[in-house]
Design a protein around this ligand. Structure first.
Ligand SMILES: [Zn+2]
Length: 248
């Protein structure tokens, strides 16, 4: 269906309430939206043409193994809207509409193209995109078609704009997903640097430690560690070694 004919039929629907929305949705056959989203489309058609059109142009794909919540991508010029049935089914319309707006913004802001074109890490770019989208919905969009939008799990559920980035870029109009991505990446590298290194084999060789000698079932306790890393052991029985080794 072309966008023009879709708009014509939508107008028809607004002027003549007897025109059945079901006819529009039936044309999408096996990728038809689930009942809950169909009800949302019916609510949106006379009230918000932008989001109604977005949903009418999507192919809905249920329970994809990689999608535990909801997600979108574009394949062969068509928008795929992935959703987990259990995830979608538990929410009231205000939360459902938040999810729809969130997915719409990923498409409208070309997030997938931008990450691919710049060869950025998809996972981190997605986090940055999610943060900016969620913040924008809650602070600017706020409501759609009479529904006051609510974030799944509540406003403190996470993936809000990173406070360090917000401080750095004081004007929210200047927030960019790329800018936030760089900030998050830097932050992540810093955290990794500060983490203690796993102990080396040499660090583990300390007095009193139980060691296995060679490949045999022989054990010993380290008595003395030399400067070059070699050590002297006192032999002990297997039973004694077992007793001395504490579970990690
Ligand atoms: Zn997202």
């Amino acid at each position: 269906m072309s966008l023009k004919s879709l708009f014509e039929r939508m107008n028809e629907r607004v002027q003549d309430p007897s025109v059945e929305i079901g006819n529009l949705l039936l044309e999408q056959e096996e990728t038809r939206p689930p009942e809950k989203l169909r009800a949302m489309i019916q609510h949106l058609i006379p009230r918000d043409a932008l989001f109604a059109t977005f949903l009418l142009k999507c192919r809905f794909i249920k329970n994809h193994p990689d999608v535990q919540t909801a997600g979108v991508n574009i394949q062969n010029g068509k928008i795929n809207f992935y959703y987990n049935e259990a995830f979608i089914s538990k929410f009231p319309p205000e939360v459902l509409m938040f999810i729809i707006a969130h997915e719409f913004y990923h498409i409208a802001r070309l997030h997938l193209d931008r990450a691919a074109r710049r060869k950025l890490r998809n996972d981190l770019y997605n986090v940055a995109g999610d943060m900016i989208i969620n913040e924008n919905i809650l602070s600017e969009l706020k409501s759609v078609a009479g529904l006051a939008l609510k974030m799944p799990g509540g406003e403190d559920a996470g993936l809000r704009i990173d406070k360090g980035y917000a401080k750095k870029v004081k004007d929210s109009k200047l927030w960019t997903t790329e800018g936030l991505y760089k900030h998050l990446e830097k932050d992540q590298k810093k955290k990794q640097k500060g983490q203690p290194k796993p102990p080396s084999k040499k660090d583990l060789m300390v007095q009193g430690r139980v060691v296995r000698i060679g490949d045999d079932d022989k054990y010993g306790v380290i008595e003395k560690v030399n400067k070059d890393g070699t050590y002297k052991t006192k032999p002990i029985s297997k039973a004694e070694a077992k007793k001395r080794v504490k579970p990690a």
